[in-house]
Design a protein around this ligand. Structure first.
Ligand SMILES: Nc1ncnc2c1ncn2[C@@H]1O[C@H](COP(=O)(O)OP(=O)(O)OP(=O)(O)O)[C@@H](O)[C@H]1O
Length: 313
């Protein structure tokens, strides 16, 4: 469990984190979302004890960071932004070194190294210098060092940044598998990732929490929630006909994708009615779906006004 209360961090005049409070529970994958410079990394650095807070309190697994930072650090695995340090070391020896630093009993160290090497597909770079690895492999080495001691709490700053689609998928599966008995916080700019792995999302803007909910509940705030989208060749006449249905608030058409989206009047469920119209009119539909809502739109709606205010200051 992670408990942050009234956490603030100032860098001179910059309020990077401004009176932030939340609790993350065991078994939960909490996603930090927010525009660049919102304060996500700074918050993570404070939780992991890498940066002192200007004010506020942090408890990890019931231990107060200010009272026993070493005990807190022992509970945490941390994947910072960018590449792991120790660029001159080879991957295998670096992980062996990490296993020792993490106080894994010597008889179990190599097994711990082998386990993370296998889980993150690092076999064929085992003897390669970290410096010479591609960005994605550096990220995977970073992840390996973060989980090598099977920590109770895992803090990851953009864990899938730089990974290819296969590796992204694999790392997300790994996070989900690990989540059952850990408390996990990750930051991401990839909104599909929030869906794939997070059961709760906090949107941070200008150092403060501006939304805190499950991804599904956040999607309900989107105007796309319960909209009906379909791909078909549609003439203007039919488009207008749909637009003027009582149950319809608005219609958009994306000519490149040949995708029409029909937005319902307040709170209505229009899937059956729209599919009936298309059938009646003999439209050949390539795909038809009811939208859950779009997180990217919710994100924009919440954060853009704040960014505009910021720009005006
Ligand atoms: N060491 C530092 N000294 C001065 N300012 C800093 C320092 N670290 C962060 N900041 C500032 O604090 C604010 C928050 O930065 P932070 O890195 O936490 O944002 P972020 O949400 O992680 O952004 P991104 O999505 O770009 O990674 C920014 O204005 C940043 O410039």
């Amino acid at each position: 469990m992670i408990e942050c209360s009234h956490l603030s961090k100032h860098f001179g005049d910059v309020k990077a984190v401004d009176d932030l409070s939340f609790t993350a529970h065991k078994g939960q994958v909490l996603g930090f979302l927010g525009p660049n410079g919102a304060g996500k990394s700074t918050t993570m650095k404070m939780i992991t004890g890498f940066l002192p807070a200007t004010s506020g309190n942090i408890k990890v697994c019931g231990i107060d960071l200010a009272e026993d930072s070493l005990a807190v650090k022992n509970k945490i695995g941390y994947l910072p932004e960018g590449a792991p340090s120790y660029h001159e070391m080879q991957v295998g020896p670096f992980l062996q070194f990490t296993a020792r630093m993490r106080n894994i009993p010597s008889a179990r160290q190599q097994a711990a190294v082998d386990s993370v090497v296998a889980r993150l597909n690092l076999n064929h770079v085992y003897y390669q210098k970290i410096d010479t690895l591609s960005k994605g492999f550096k990220r995977r080495v970073g992840l390996a060092q973060a989980i090598i001691h099977d920590p109770e709490v895992l803090i990851m700053d953009e864990p899938t940044d730089g990974l290819d689609p296969n590796q992204k998928h694999q790392v997300r599966e790994l996070i989900t598998a690990m989540s059952k008995n850990k408390t996990i916080i990750l930051s991401t700019h990839i909104l599909e990732e929030v869906h794939a792995v997070c059961d709760r999302a906090i949107i941070i803007a200008r150092g403060a929490i501006v939304a805190d909910n499950t991804p599904t509940e956040m999607e309900k705030m989107s105007r796309y929630h319960h909209a009906v989208s379909f791909v078909a060749d549609l003439n203007t006449e039919l488009l207008n006909k749909i637009k003027h249905l009582d149950c319809v608030r608005d219609v958009t058409y994306n000519a490149r994708l040949k995708e029409t989206t029909v937005f319902p009047s307040q709170g209505l469920f229009i899937f059956d009615e729209i599919s009936a119209v298309l059938k009646r009119e003999g439209v050949q539909v390539m795909s038809l779906k009811m939208e859950a809502g779009r997180l990217d739109e919710v994100f924009r709606n919440i954060t853009q006004p704040i960014q505009k205010q910021e720009a005006a200051i």
